[in-house]
Design a protein around this ligand. Sequence first.
Ligand code: PMP
Length: 591
Amino acid sequence: MASVSLTIPAKLPGFDVRRIRRDFPILHASAHGKPLVYLDNGATTQKPQVVLDRLARYYESENANIHRGVYLLSQTATLAYEEARRTIAAFINAPGAAEVIFTRGTTEAVNLVASSFGRANFKPGHQIIVSAMEHHSNIVPWQIIAQATGGVLRVIPMNDAGELLLDEYAKLLKQPTCFVSVVHASNSLGTINDVRTITRMAHEVGAKVLVDGAQWVAHHPTDVRQIDCDFYAFSGHKLYGPTGIGVLWGRRELLDAMPPYQGGGDMIESVTFEKTTYAQLPNKFEAGTPHIAGAVGLAAAIEYVQSVGFENLVPHEESLLNYATQQLGDVPGVRIIGTAKQKGCVLSFVIDDPPISSLDIGNRLDREGVAVRTGHHCCQPVMVRMGINSTARASLAMYNTREDVDALVAAVKLTIHERSAKRHSAPAASPAMSTLKFPPAVADSPATAADQLAEELRDVSDALGGRDAINTHIEEMGEHLLPMPEALKNESTRVHGCMSVVHLFPRIRPGTVDVFEFLGSSDAFIVRGLIAVLQRIYSGQKASAVLDFDIENFFQRIGLDQFISSQRRNGLAGMIKRIRSSAGAMVAASA
Ligand code: PMP
């Protein structure tokens, strides 16, 4: 690939990224002794001081419950909350503030529409169309409602670059369609979709449209009237605002006709045991005490973004994305996933040569202070479509710099360099079935094996210092994993729910009736380490002892949750479940 083109300016007139960075206190933090390079803005953005101050001011001097009190403080809080609604309405060019419904985030906004509009309007056999690149939060609510109403979920396919095939969409629309729900900018590929055209095509057949703007609103101006969609959803926390607050905008006549999503206080006009009538918009959809501070904080975030100006931040982010694409694309072995012509601030990639699982990439980058997201990004169908298991994803925000990108690229090069060195010293190929070796017992019971391991980890931690040392030690244990023949890596041995590709092969040791042993493999070093931990405890032990041992308690004792993400814990839980169910079957068979 060509080196960086001179057409990418390093600095843009009217935009001083150093000044912007000073507004975000957390950007001056460090991670593992290195300066923090925060590149996980697709997951959530950091918050500027003005938002933090606004939240503090709200709680310090304005906090009361809204809409209920006649006293001054309650009125102050109500005013701030309703003013926030007006700020948001103006930000997305909504015709009226009453059409802006506060939710917990994009997920709740989609669920609100699916549940309320869907239940009232979807017909058996009619299509609900989503796209191949949706976040799970724009798939699962539609599946649930399709099941409940007899609707049929259909998918707009995409090409290898990650662009939707609008010809195929046009063909889908020939069947009766009640709804189309599509993402504005993809969180896993970066693709920016032509939501205006998608909406127009849906309207031509009488279908309504929701646009998921979670990854759009922080990066470009939003105009719901220009898109002409029926519903628009986004989350505050991806827009420099607080977590737990989001927005659903909907056309007034649709919202007016929709039944409430949840019942409770503040959404009623009158209640008797016989009959309840509902409040007007927007209250009808805001049952219970809302996240008042969140709404106020989100308005402050929007005002901050407006003070920077999209006219300034759009060219900065575009220039940075081009620079990052070129720099990362130039690294031998790296493949960028998602190469649409219209792309937002997301750079998903895999490392093919040497093959490194995204989990290992994320782990190694973290130790260099570089925070990226790894996994399927809540887009498992995207991973299947692209023929991969997961990606590492760097996602940019207005405060990111070329130095951040350089740190990312340097850390990726280091990861590749280290792994190449390991590959050259790694033992060759998978063994034949006839020479299978399983790990023997290391102690007379799982409990004793666990005690010994706990002591070993404590020594490592004392000698080398904490969390990182334990992480490295567990990874090193994985390097000595007995190899598993390729022939055993099939669907029946695959453990789903892990962030990497994991296979486990348990059996009763030949010549015994109750000795449990197992082989395991994963494409991620850290997961191989966790398999080695499980083998130390379980392999070669009696199946009944495997069942009796309380491994959760052991994990708590060694503080495993301090250095393992909840996603990886789910993967670990999946492995333990497989081990225990095999051991259970063996005990039952030998009884
Ligand atoms: N849609 C997209 C495109 C997203 O990126 C996300 C968050 N990753 C969501 C929906 C869900 O947002 P939230 O978790 O804030 O509800």
